[in-house]
Design a protein around this ligand. Structure first.
Ligand code: APR
Length: 234
């Protein structure tokens, strides 16, 4: 079983989504895809840090919701369970999920732009922006995937292999607009899996799904347990 999640799974915790609900997330007049871009990293690293410091401050005050908690329980209930997320908020792990494949990185980590050493934020001078690498003195950047950048090595390949072999794939709280993440349910479907979408709104993926549940993840996911999932699949 493979589950792919997006910003919508954290919406009920209070994490602002990027799209959906007709709006687009904007920072100091810049749409998120401008401030969260490789081009902005080149041009103004300090501003990129300011954006992610702002997002982290929001996230650190929040707690996992019923959807995160339900998915954490699925690890023990379903054989060969894989949780893949586009979220950088770390809320799945805080809810108890293990081995989460974080396709877009994690907002609590930083990485040296020179020697690629990774840090949990807090391991170096909190105030300094950009923080300096303790290994080589290079500038650190948020360890997240920005628009125009490649995903962390191996993360997508591991997830795609799981999508190819899974029998059941849930897609929860994503607008399914950003690739390669949005390709995972397509891979699962074309490999014969039963695909279920959970989202209050239809997405470009909905027509491809075997089941579309238009609802909020925190209300829908807790309703599923092993038996109800098996029944719905037969
Ligand atoms: N439960 C389920 N889905 C929800 C909920 C909810 N309570 N609230 C909103 N949604 C849905 C919206 O309808 C929308 O389709 O979640 C989706 C959120 O879409 P986006 O904001 O586009 O987030 P996501 O799909 O994760 O974006 C992908 O784009 O911005 C980049 O790197 C960023 O990882 C992100 C990627």
């Amino acid at each position: 079983m493979l589950v792919l999640t997006g910003a919508g799974v954290s919406a009920e915790s209070g994490v602002p989504t990027f799209r959906g609900g007709g709006g687009t997330s904007v920072w100091k007049g810049m749409p998120f895809y401008v401030i969260s871009s490789a081009e902005m990293l080149e041009r103004d690293l300090k501003e990129v840090w300011a954006w992610f410091d702002y997002r982290r401050e929001i996230i650190e005050k929040l707690v996992p919701n019923a959807a995160h908690i339900a998915l954490a329980g699925w690890h023990d209930r379903f054989d060969d369970f894989t949780l893949v997320t586009q979220n950088i908020d770390g809320l799945h792990a805080r809810a108890g999920s293990r081995n989460v494949i974080e396709l877009h990185g994690n907002i609590r980590r930083a990485r040296c732009m020179h020697c690629s050493t990774r840090y949990e934020l807090g391991e170096q001078d909190e105030k300094e922006r950009p923080p300096a690498c303790l290994e080589c003195g290079g500038a650190l950047r948020p360890d997240v995937v920005l628009f125009g950048e490649m995903l962390p090595a191996g993360a997508f390949e591991t997830a795609a292999a799981k999508a190819q072999s899974c029998e059941l794939c849930f897609v929860v709280g994503t607008s399914a607009l950003v690739y390669p993440a949005a390709a995972l349910p397509e891979i699962a479907r074309s490999s014969g899996a039963y695909v279920v979408e959970v989202n209050p709104e239809r997405t470009p993926l909905s027509d491809l799904c075997d089941e579309v549940i238009q609802g909020r993840a925190g209300e829908v996911l807790p309703m599923f347990d092993k038996d109800s999932i098996n029944e719905s699949k037969i």
